[in-house]
Design a protein around this ligand. Structure first.
Ligand code: GRF
Length: 192
């Protein structure tokens, strides 16, 4: 990944579908002097994403795409990214699969956070799967996005203990807290 030159931050889009706690955290991180990125665009596949409120709160451009025609929508996303001169993409709870074309265009410049110790538990319901399997450890992973779901090169990972009292909700809360530390750390690792 290219090194930062001067004070110019890398124009970044965050893609969300839900609560947006990672989005909020990344926006806050982007505002510190040492951050290599600025958040210039928030993309969602649904107007129900609660995290969209952060676009208004932090005065960041937002765009909601309804995926009635998947191919057409991906094309429109691509056009928007070009128009906004976006050079880096952070997926944060985004529930759509990106097209191969978009992934190729942003090769090595799209990252995602996943609530498990990848390669374990790709996909959904990671916490209930870990508990059901009586795992002692879980965690979160920031990785590059490739055409294969949750399979790109790992950038950073954090291990978290599962206690006997944990249920999927308590575990999700515990993991999310660590996600908020891991995502900025992974971005710093990429660009420094
Ligand atoms: C996080 O657990 C993230 O790892 C997963 O989706 C969740 C998003 O949470 N991909 P939030 O919307 O950032 O609060």
């Amino acid at each position: 990944m290219e090194k930062l030159t001067g004070l110019k931050k890398i124009k970044t889009a965050v893609f969300i579908s839900g609560i947006g706690s990672n989005l909020k955290n990344i926006i806050k991180f982007s505002k510190i002097k040492q951050s290599p990125i600025s958040i210039n665009l928030i993309v969602s596949n649904t107007h129900l994403a609660k995290g969209l409120k952060y676009a208004d709160q932090f005065k960041i451009k937002k765009k909601i795409f309804n995926f009635k025609n998947h191919k057409e929508t991906e094309k429109n996303i691509s056009i928007l990214l070009k128009k906004e001169k976006i050079k880096f993409i952070c997926l944060a709870g985004y529930m759509k699969i990106l097209s191969k074309k978009l992934i190729k265009r942003f090769d090595g410049k799209i990252i995602n956070i996943h609530p498990s110790l990848l390669p374990k538990y790709k996909g959904l319901n990671t916490h209930s799967r870990a508990i059901k399997n009586k795992d002692k450890l879980t965690g979160c992973t920031v990785h590059y996005v490739t055409a294969k779901l949750d399979s790109g090169k790992i950038i950073l990972q954090k291990k978290i203990k599962i206690s006997a009292r944990d249920n999927p909700t308590s575990l999700a809360k515990k993991v999310l807290k660590q996600e908020h530390k891991l995502y900025p750390a992974a971005i710093m690792k990429i660009f420094n």
